[in-house]
Ligand binder design. Structure first.
Ligand code: NBP
Length: 483
């Protein structure tokens, strides 16, 4: 037990994430790390297992606080929700103005905004930090997305930089924006992760079902793709998963896993918030719904029993795998474009000055969606921060226009073969919607005006109009300009 203020950083909550983050911090020069966990056995276990870390262990919250040098800086790594609130309460009672409370858990960004607002009058900084990379990332270097005040980042920035993943020599951390900006961007990261995983799943399904390839052969294709523009952590691990053989049965691992996907809810948060912000994130939404469909075995069995749903398979041509790669890449561009649109809309609504190029850069290492591709996104937003959509950036514009014939063939083949591709097809529809000269939204406006007098604007003159549908069907101008 130590009551001397020797630690420059503390970690509170020592389950797998907190323990790994504390070990990561301790392994970097200049850090002395205080550790505390509600159940002391966890603290004792961590300290005994890692004497090299030189942890300053505390048995009580008072000891923990006393062991921190000023400004006291503590990272909370406990279960999001009530656990986080309980620990915040304990620290705010003991901390002083200028001290920093960091929430490194998976908090909802709205909670982070509310907590920051509540704590700000005490003079204590509250900083929500999104941390991506799972257990291994926490230990070896995650991608870190801090929010909070610029002042707190002066203390926190160097500490977080010391433990972050490194991509092309740069630490994967940036001050995203104030209050909940870090947790917001982490949420969008997870939404994009859902979309990316779904698209990869669809590519696998097509290669297997239409292409007639066994999992190990699909693994070879993914390993090949991982040497080109599709190179990413998710493509890499997909190849490994597809090569895995179940030791019990000798069958491909992917065939013995129940095909009902779970989730922890950050994809749902992304879609809920995108709906509120009015941002179309169809790729993410389809991925969330695809998991929900998979987890409805009774409905699946009922429709499967109809027997007729899946038509005869289409035969894959010689360029099939190449076509799938192009469709995957184009769909991925759409999913990321939609995710960045959500970042922009969130920044507008909550008053955050978010650098999109910096966000793309810190996602290049440590996190689940790390990929070569993110360099291109960073370049696009550096060259033109005001770009209306990533799809118009020259590199991505070329990828989708050059890939679109293959993309259309793949979506058509999937439909004719009865292979579900909600991600590929919704991405293509999104692209076609943006590219269309006219959308049937004009007709929808007519319907809205017919049944609800919701009015419409015209293509040929200013103003807001209503047609007297139940009268003589003449048109009236209804905005102020009508007088
Ligand atoms: P858990 O989310 O399983 O939480 C366990 C920890 O919370 C233990 O230290 C536990 O203490 C503590 N705790 C709880 Br529960 N209620 C508490 C309370 N009222 N007061 C004090 N401590 C309390 O831990 P984890 O899996 O290590 O995750 C930590 C955070 O990191 C979570 O927010 C999680 O969502 C997030 N996370 C992030 C990633 C990622 O990739 N970024 C991955 C996994 C988790 P005890 O030992 O006394 O029960």
């Amino acid at each position: 037990m130590s009551t001397r203020a020797t630690a420059n950083i503390g970690v509170i909550g020592l389950a797998v994430m907190g323990s790994n983050l504390a070990r990561n911090l301790a392994s970097r020069d200049g850090n002395t790390v205080a550790v505390y966990n509600r159940t002391h056995a966890r603290t004792a276990e961590l300290v005994a297992a890692h004497p090299e870390a030189g942890f300053v262990a505390a048995e009580t919250v008072d000891d923990f606080v006393a062991s921190l040098a000023r400004p006291r800086t503590a990272i909370i790594m406990v279960q999001a929700g009530a656990g986080t609130d309980a620990v915040i309460e304990q620290l705010t009672e003991r901390f002083e103005p200028g001290d920093i409370i960091v929430d490194g858990g998976n908090a909802n960004f709205q909670d982070t905004i509310a907590r920051e607002k509540r704590i700000a009058p005490t003079g204590i900084h509250f900083v929500g930090v999104g941390i991506s990379g799972g257990e291994e990332g926490a230990l070896k270097g995650p991608s870190i997305m801090p929010g909070g005040s610029a002042e707190s980042y002066e203390t926190l920035g160097p500490i977080l930089s010391s433990i972050a993943a490194v991509a092309d020599g740069e630490p994967c951390v940036t001050h995203v924006g104030t209050d909940g900006a870090g947790h917001f961007v982490k949420m969008i990261h997870n939404g994009i992760e859902y979309a990316d995983m779904q698209l990869i799943g669809e590519a696998y399904d097509l290669l297997r079902t239409v292409g007639g390839l066994e999992p190990h052969a699909v693994a070879d294709i993914f390993a090949h793709w991982n040497k080109g523009p599709l190179e990413s952590y998710l493509i890499e691990i997909t190849a490994e998963i597809l090569r895995q053989v179940d030791p019990d049965t000798g069958r491909p691992f992917v065939d013995i896993v129940l095909d009902q996907a779970g989730s922890k809810g950050t994809g749902v948060w992304t879609v809920q918030n995108a709906l509120d912000l009015g941002v179309p994130v169809g790729g993410i939404a389809e991925a969330v719904f695809a998991r929900a469909v998979s987890a409805r075995p009774a409905q699946r069995a009922a429709v499967r029993r109809l027997g007729a749903a899946r038509p005869a398979q289409q035969v894959a041509g010689p360029d099939f795998a190449e076509d799938v790669a192009k469709a995957l890449y184009a769909s991925k561009v759409v999913a990321y474009a939609q995710g960045f649109d959500a970042v922009i809309a969130g920044a507008d609504k909550y008053g955050w000055d978010i650098r999109k190029d910096h966000v793309a850069r810190i996602w290049r290492g440590g996190c689940i969606i790390r990929a070569r591709f993110l360099d291109r996104i960073a370049e696009a937003y550096t060259e033109n921060p005001g770009i209306t959509t990533l799809l118009e950036a020259p590199y991505f514009a070329r990828a989708v226009t050059e890939g679109q014939d293959a993309w259309r063939r793949i979506v058509a083949t999937a439909a004719l073969s009865g292979v579900p591709v909600p991600g590929f097809s919704s991405a293509l529809s999104y692209y076609d919607s943006l590219a269309a000269d006219r959308l049937p939204a004009a007709l929808v406006q007519g319907q809205r005006d017919f049944f609800g007098a919701h009015t419409y604007r015209r293509t040929d003159k200013e103003g807001t109009f209503h047609t007297l549908w139940s009268g003589d069907r003449g048109e009236v101008r209804v905005d102020a300009g009508s007088h």
